[in-house]
Design a protein around this ligand. Structure first.
Ligand code: DI6
Ligand code: FE
Length: 401
C-alpha cells in the first residue's frame, strides 16, 4: 500500500507560492496517502526510479478540487418555486409564505434515509466527475435533532468509501422550523442543546448559521457560536447575502474559518475578516440564480489581502448547480476574479475555508489528491463552461475510476 508510486508525463500546476506553479514534464511521487515529491521528472532523485509507474499522457495536473460550501443532502427539489420566481415572486416573499427552505425541510423529513442518500449520491457523482476530491456538506434541512442527525449521517456515509473526503457542517440555524413559529429564541436554545449531542456522535466538523433578516439575528447567531466554541468547534457564517447584518465581523470575532456570500459586506467586515484570517467564500451560483445585482466587494477584499474561495453553494433553492468549474467561471465573469484567483479559490483557498492545510496545492507532505485534465493551461479551468475536461482523479494516493 505504501509502495512509492510515480505519476509522470504531466504538466503540473502546483499552485504553490502565489502563482500557477507550472512544471513542464513534471512528476509526482506518492507514498500511501501523501505526496512524497513533486517536480520536473529530470530532478527526481535516482534512488526512487524503481517505483510503480503511471503515465499521465501529457495531461495537465492540478490539486484536487475542493467544494467548500454545499447543502447537498435534502429531499425533493424546488423547480416549481423557481418557476414562481420567474413569474415575479421574490425569494423573500416565497420564504415568508412558508415556501423556500421550509418546503425542502418538509420533503427532507418525509424522505427515507435511503432516498436521502441516493439523491445526494447522484449529485455528488456529478461534482466528482469534474474533479472534486473534497467537499463540505451542511445539514440545515432537517431542523430537528433527529432529522439533522440523519442528514449529517448521510453526509458522513457519502464519504465513507474514501473516493472523496467529506467535511460536515451543522447548520441547524438555517431556518425556523414550523413547530417553533414565533419562537426563534427557543429554537436557538434547542439548536445549542442539539450541538453537543451531534458532536458526541462524531457528526460535526464545523458550525454555520444563516444570519439574515429572513434567517437569524446576530444575537441568535452569537449564541450558536458560543455553543460551538464551548465544544472547540470552528465556525463559519452565511453572512451579508441579502443585507448587511454585521455578521462577518461577528463571525470573525469567533475566529471564523470563513464568511460566505458577502454581497453586502462592509469595510468593517472586511477588516475584521482580515484580522481573523477568515476566508471570503464567494458563491456566484446563488448570485446568478437570484438575479442579484449587488456584487461582493472583490476589489476591497483583494486589496485587504483576504483570501477568496469559490464554491457551488449547491442547494435546491438558490443554487441548484452541480459544477464547481462553472462556479469558477462565473466568479470571473460576474465578480471579476482573475482565472488564477478563481482556480486558487476552488483549491487552496477552499481548503483553507474548511480549515484544511494538508491539501489544495501539490507539494511534498500533503495529501495526494490531484486531477488530470485534458487542457493546456490551468487558466482554461475558468474559461470553458458546459464542458468537462477531467480525465483522471487521484484521492489520497488512490486513483478513482
Ligand atoms: N443561503 C442560501 O443561499 C441558501 N441557504 C442560505 O442560507 C438557500 C437555501 C434554500 O433556499 O433552500
Ligand atoms: Fe449556502
Amino acid at each position: 500500500m505504501n509502495t512509492p508510486q510515480l505519476w509522470r508525463n504531466a504538466r503540473l500546476a502546483t499552485l504553490t507560492g502565489d502563482g500557477w506553479g507550472l512544471v513542464d514534464d513534471g512528476a509526482l511521487l506518492t507514498e500511501g496517502e501523501r505526496i512524497a515529491w513533486a517536480g520536473p521528472l529530470s530532478e527526481l532523485p535516482a534512488a526512487v526510479r524503481a517505483a510503480q509507474d503511471h503515465d499521465l499522457g501529457g495531461l495537465l495536473v492540478t490539486p484536487g478540487l475542493v467544494d467548500c460550501h454545499t447543502h447537498l443532502v435534502y429531499g425533493g427539489h424546488r423547480a416549481a418555486e423557481a418557476e414562481m420566481r420567474l413569474n415575479g415572486a421574490s425569494y423573500e416573499a416565497i420564504a415568508r409564505a412558508g415556501g423556500g427552505i421550509r418546503s425542502t425541510v418538509a420533503a427532507t423529513r418525509a424522505a427515507s434515509d435511503d432516498e436521502l442518500f441516493a439523491s445526494a449520491a447522484r449529485r455528488l457523482r456529478a461534482l466528482m466527475a469534474e474533479g472534486v476530491t473534497t467537499l463540505e456538506i451542511k445539514s440545515g434541512y432537517g431542523l430537528s435533532l433527529e432529522a439533522e442527525a440523519r442528514c449529517l449521517r448521510v453526509a458522513r456515509q457519502l464519504g465513507s468509501d474514501r473516493r472523496v473526503d467529506v467535511r460536515t457542517t451543522f447548520l441547524g440555524a438555517h431556518a425556523l422550523p414550523p413547530e417553533f413559529e414565533g419562537r426563534a429564541d427557543d429554537y436557538i436554545t434547542a439548536v445549542c442543546e442539539w450541538l453537543p449531542a451531534l458532536h458526541a456522535q462524531g457528526l460535526v466538523d464545523a458550525v454555520d448559521a444563516f444570519c439574515e433578516h429572513i434567517g437569524f439575528t446576530p444575537a441568535q447567531t452569537r449564541r450558536v457560536f458560543e455553543a460551538a466554541r464551548a465544544l472547540g468547534l470552528p465556525v463559519k457564517l452565511h453572512a451579508e447575502q441579502l443585507s448587511d447584518q454585521g455578521g462577518a465581523a461577528l463571525a470573525a470575532s469567533f475566529g471564523a474559518l470563513s464568511c460566505d456570500h458577502l454581497e453586502h459586506l462592509s469595510n468593517e467586515g472586511i477588516a475584521a475578516m482580515k484580522a481573523a484570517g477568515s476566508v471570503a467564500v464567494l458563491l456566484p451560483g446563488a448570485f446568478y440564480m437570484l438575479r442579484e445585482t449587488r456584487l461582493p466587494p472583490i476589489a476591497a477584499l483583494r486589496e485587504a489581502g483576504v483570501p477568496m474561495a469559490v464554491s457551488t453553494d449547491h442547494n435546491p433553492g438558490t443554487s441548484p448547480g452541480l459544477s464547481l468549474l462553472l462556479a469558477a467561471h462565473m466568479a470571473c465573469t460576474f465578480f471579476r476574479l482573475t482565472p488564477l484567483e478563481a482556480v486558487r479559490g476552488i483549491t487552496v483557498q477552499a481548503a483553507r475555508a474548511l480549515g484544511l492545510h494538508d491539501r489544495g496545492v501539490l507539494a511534498a507532505g500533503l495529501r495526494a489528491d490531484f486531477v488530470a485534465w485534458d487542457l493546456d493551461h490551468p487558466n482554461e479551468l475558468a474559461y470553458w463552461f458546459g464542458h468537462n475536461p477531467c480525465r483522471r482523479a487521484v484521492v489520497a494516493g488512490t486513483e478513482r475510476i
